[in-house]
Design a protein. Structure first.
Length: 366
């Protein structure tokens, strides 16, 4: 079976989030930039992947079309571990992290979709998982920057059945408001997105310690300063989570060797796809580190994460970005029921993306 075509399909889907548009980049974030990777084969099978493309959609699309497609079109699809390592090696001059690896990740997810479809089974089944898989979810709130809004969103998420809440806040006032709204029974995680140098991170972490965090996520810049993360974790005593910005298992092995994290957070649309995610899970198991994949997505990246968790990391939680997109590629499968995802059981990723949504929200020519 050979690759006949690789196509990038960029989408922009508006969303709402129930509060102030503080966001992450200093400007309002109002739409999800999703880049699908559609791979067609000479046998007629088609697979879909997703390359990370929040605020970087145009270069990701170019990487898929100009760097990856010319190399892989016409190639026989063989054993994916060796296949993807070869592709990584061919593209290493363009960088081992960032845009190039986002594009590789999207291709890899699509190839796993095809591999499972060729065998007539779901990805979860292919990976040895249960026949009727489910995955517990946590609500990953938008960054609001307003204590009252944070409290309101926490109550709303718990009312929908979520048993864990993650904030994207950097100030004590918002974390305090969340803890007051939730009481002591609901675990809270705080993702700060790399805002502090080590000394400031220590000061901030000490201030957050009274709020009994399940984990403090990416408190230090740069995110690859694993020795500083390790010192912070030991010094303050709050479990550290990190990894959404790490690409390939080699970065995670360095992270684990440094004792930097209690929770590893590989992102399937960034790390190198499913192939690399499976390697990270194996490495984490050897290191005694828990895996909590990063997955604030609504496309194939979400489905791939759910299948892998159900089959290979059943104690992990899935991240559900707590926003309301105007349209969904997978509708019912994007909504946890009482805080639990039902994982689709059809061949491959289990369900095909909605062609009407692709048509309505495509950017440029689809």
């Amino acid at each position: 079976m050979k690759i006949a075509e690789v196509k990038a399909i960029p989408l922009e889907i508006p969303f709402s989030h129930g509060g102030n548009a503080a966001g992450w980049t200093g400007s309002a974030w109002t739409s999800l930039a999703t880049t699908l990777v559609k791979v067609s084969t000479d046998t007629g099978l088609v697979g879909y992947g997703e390359a990370f493309s929040y605020n970087c959609q145009r270069p990701v699309q170019a990487a898929i079309e100009d760097m990856i497609a010319p190399i892989v079109v016409g190639r026989e699809i063989t054993e994916l571990t060796e296949w993807m390592q070869d592709l990584q090696q061919k593209l290493h001059l363009f960088g081992r992290y960032g845009i190039a690896m986002f594009a590789i990740s999207g291709l890899d997810i699509a190839l796993w979709d095809i591999k499972a479809k060729a065998q007539g089974v779901s990805l979860c089944t292919l990976l040895g998982g249960p026949e009727k898989p489910t995955v517990s979810a946590y609500a990953s709130l938008f960054r609001h920057g307003e204590p009252q809004t944070v409290a309101d969103q926490c109550r709303a998420a718990v009312g929908e059945g979520y048993g864990w809440i993650k904030l994207h806040e950097t100030e004590v006032s918002e974390v305090s408001a969340a803890r007051e709204a939730l009481g002591t029974a609901v675990p809270i995680m705080v993702d700060t997105n790399c805002p502090w140098l080590p000394d400031e991170a220590r000061e901030k972490a000490e201030a957050l310690k009274p709020y009994d965090l399940l984990w403090l996520e990416e408190p230090i810049f740069p995110p690859e300063d694993f020795s500083a993360l390790a010192k912070l974790q030991v010094g303050v005593g709050i479990p550290i989570a990190a990894g959404e910005n790490a690409c390939t298992v080699f970065e995670f092995e360095k992270m684990f060797a440094a004792g930097a994290v209690t929770y590893a957070q590989p992102s399937v649309t960034k790390v190198g796809g499913i192939t690399e995610l499976l390697k990270v899970i194996d490495a984490a198991e050897l290191a005694g580190v828990a895996v909590m994949p990063h997955s604030p997505y609504f496309g194939p990246g979400l489905l791939a994460t759910l299948h892998v968790i159900a089959a290979r990391a059943p104690d992990s939680l899935a991240e559900r970005f707590y926003v309301q997109p105007e349209a969904l590629l997978y509708d019912q499968w994007s909504h946890p029921e009482a805080g639990v995802f039902q994982v689709p059981t059809g061949p491959g990723l289990g369900v095909e993306p909605d062609v009407n949504v692709i048509g309505d929200y495509g950017v440029g020519e689809i």
